[in-house]
Design a protein around this ligand. Structure first.
Ligand SMILES: Nc1ncnc2c1ncn2[C@@H]1O[C@H](COP(=O)(O)OP(=O)(O)O)[C@@H](O)[C@H]1O
Ligand SMILES: [Mg+2]
Length: 642
């Protein structure tokens, strides 16, 4: 190595840095671009109790950022202190810091901004008769005219640090970042009005919503104003808090509360640009939260699609450390597992309610569909057209009949697979209390289209159902439920398994050596999945049992696809790690295929099952299972009523 390439190390005296330089270094952390200044100044306005905040910008904020509020203001003699480093009115001790409830507390922002721009504060404190203006550079203090509140002006950002200035983008880009900064505040504080002016023009305005009696209504109003009607139409309200531990006395603060709105899977985007998380009113970017929210969509979102949501968390301030990052955009939770689970549950619960269940998307409190009302349709299934591959076991039939009507996992698949008998058809009594179509959110089946879609009529108009996708979801949820609920067998404390149905006549298929090897190596996993696949000869495998739920599917296809997936995994860990993917594959093969003729009863049975199945609005791949065409839309197609 060529030593002379390095500068010789000179000894320099240790010196304390000058104040101005310290502030400039701090500014490097806090102020990346004009939007960072906007964020800090609006934080201060909110901390001062403002009800209206107005942001004025020139040249994307580079030439001027002025933030004006009607908050409590700053007393004349305190004005010079506000520009000092580490000067704050918000905390005074370590215990204050641990339970800080304000946006700011580091006392850094004004000093840092003042070190890299030309600043002034104009303020009139509450109960004071006069307002004063302090010039940051000269320290000059003079009386001015102003109503109660504060205006902070920041001119020529980065004038003293031209290197930073070079990193700035176009005015339009910087303006967009400034607007985004205010938007984040606006979502967090519906009770405060916001306005943004650029070059003398009003570019955004969000009026204050009276939070008074109904904070949720105020939040909904603000969400609609900021994120638009589409977001509202395509999102579900959530309001979650953990069930109290048995015997626990309710404290004044729940350990965690989560509320807000989460977008339906359909509303997902290719970019994560509509994900807003707030912890105790502070906008944060946090991996625990985004991961928890994304994992709640695991089953219903395709690949890399990004969900949209605005999530608000309230928790005891001592359980979250906000002093992690100079810009306070990151936080650290004392118990991140608890927070992860809370958020995941909150979002999952909301997504699990099928919209077909009559839930008003604006208010997630509608009761779920009453599966009972739909049961008679299930019992009138006659099934000439869908030639069953395996005739059902009599025991199963009895079991199915003994199930309470309301059981939401009652066996549609088994019913479909059964050959109708005279007894059964006779038993297809007209329902005593015949439910009218009005009670069926997904309506009354009318016809099947191209062997792919079910058309049905509900009170709003026409419903179109992708029959395979819908059935796939129903089966998947049922398989998951079974695996979760299956009682552990004696001696195998941890192994739950799918209920399995032996085939009267095993089916055999020509298998590759790989498939034969996998079937042998994974016999246990297969059993857990309700499958029994054993070598029949060197080159043939026999399927001897299939999961009861999938009894009507193509056993060979099912066996092949499960073996293919198992082949990719290590024998011991496969069930834990890949369980859901395996179940999804199985559901896909078990689901009714295109071009199978269904009669009306079968179609209705499927619709009723959908209404009673969690997450039935999407198939396992995140595609929608049904769409509504409202009468109005149909009328529009035909130019009626114009
Ligand atoms: N808009 C405002 N209204 C009232 N007081 C303000 C305003 N902006 C700043 N201040 C005062 O100036 C102090 C310093 O502000 P800042 O440097 O942002 O630090 P911090 O917000 O961390 O306290 C604040 O603690 C507050 O007392
Ligand atoms: Mg501050």
């Amino acid at each position: 190595m060529n030593e002379s390439a390095f500068a010789p190390t000179l000894r320099r005296p240790i010196r304390e840095l000058p104040d101005a330089l310290i502030s400039q270094i701090a500014a490097g952390e806090v102020v990346e671009r004009p939007a960072s200044v906007v964020r800090e100044l609006v934080d201060n306005s909110l901390d001062a109790g403002a009800t209206q905040v107005t942001v004025r910008l020139l040249a994307g904020g580079v030439r001027l950022i002025a933030v004006e509020d009607d908050g409590m203001g700053i007393l004349q003699h305190e004005l010079p202190i506000a520009f000092k480093r580490h000067a704050t009115s918000k905390i005074g001790s370590l215990s204050d810091l641990e339970s800080v409830a304000t946006m700011g507390f580091r006392g850094e922002a004004l000093a840092a901004i003042n070190s890299i721009a030309d600043c002034a504060i104009l303020s009139r404190a509450s109960d004071q008769n006069s307002a004063y203006q302090l010039e940051g550079r000269t320290g000059e203090l003079k009386p001015v005219a102003r109503a109660q509140g504060t205006t902070v002006e920041v001119k020529e950002l980065f004038y003293s640090t031209p290197a930073r200035r070079k990193f700035l983008k176009t005015d339009a880009t910087e303006l967009a970042h400034c607007i985004e900064a205010v938007r984040r505040h606006a979502l967090g504080r519906p009770d405060v009005g916001f306005a943004i002016w650029h070059e003398g023009k009003l570019v955004e305005q969000w009026r204050r919503c009276d939070a008074g009696s109904d904070p949720m209504a105020a939040l909904n109003q603000r969400l609609a104003d900021v994120l638009g009607a589409d977001f509202m139409a395509q999102s579900i309200a959530i309001n979650w808090q953990p069930a109290p531990a048995p015997g626990a006395r309710p404290g004044p603060l729940p350990a965690l509360r989560v509320w807000g709105r989460v977008g339906v899977p359909d509303a997902a985007r290719s970019r994560a640009d509509q994900q807003f998380c707030y912890v105790n009113g502070r906008f944060v970017r946090d991996k625990v939260l985004t991961h928890a929210a994304r994992s709640a969509y695991e089953d219903v979102l395709h690949g890399h699609r990004q969900p949209v949501y605005a999530l608000f968390l309230a928790m005891d301030p001592t359980r979250v450390d906000v002093n992690v990052h100079p810009t306070k955009i990151e936080v650290r939770f004392r118990d991140s597992r608890e927070v992860h689970q809370g958020v995941r549950h909150a979002v999952e619960d909301a997504l699990a309610v099928p919209r077909s269940a009559g839930a008003d998307p604006m208010h997630n409190d509608a009761p779920r569909a009453n599966a009972e009302a739909s049961a008679p349709a299930l019992f009138s299934v006659s099934n000439q057209s869908m030639a069953p591959m395996y005739s059902a076991q009599p025991a199963m039939y009895l079991e199915a009949r003994n199930e309470p009507y309301g059981n939401r996992v009652s066996d549609l698949g088994a019913l479909w697979s059964r050959s109708p008998t005279a007894v059964e058809l006779n038993e297809a009594v007209p329902p005593a209390a015949a439910p009218t179509t009005e009670h069926w959110p997904l309506g009354r089946a009318l016809a099947q289209l191209q062997g792919v879609y079910i058309l049905s009529e509900n009170t709003q108009g026409l419903v179109i159902v992708d029959m395979h996708a819908a059935h796939e979801r129903i089966l998947y949820e049922r398989l998951k439920n079974q695996l979760d609920a299956a009682p552990p067998e004696a001696g195998q404390a941890h192994v739950a398994r799918l209920s399995s149905q032996p085939l009267l006549i095993p089916v055999t298929f020509a298998a590759t050596p790989d498939e034969v090897a996998t079937a042998e190596a994974h016999a246990d996993s297969l059993q857990t999945l309700g499958l029994e696949i054993t070598p029949f000869s060197q080159k043939t495998l026999a399927v001897r049992a299939v999961p009861t739920t999938l009894a009507q599917g193509d056993a060979i296809e099912l066996a092949r696809s499960v073996l293919a997936e198992l082949a990719q995994h290590d024998a011991n860990t496969v069930i834990q790690r890949a369980q859901n993917e395996l179940l999804a594959t199985m559901a896909c093969h078990g689901a009714v295929r295109a071009n199978r003729r269904l009669n009306l009863e079968e179609m209705n049975a499927l619709l009723r099952q959908m209404e009673a199945t969690e997450r039935s609005d999407q198939c396992n791949h995140g595609r929608p299972t049904w769409r509504q065409l409202k009468l109005g839309e149909l009328d529009a197609l035909f130019l009626r009523g114009r």
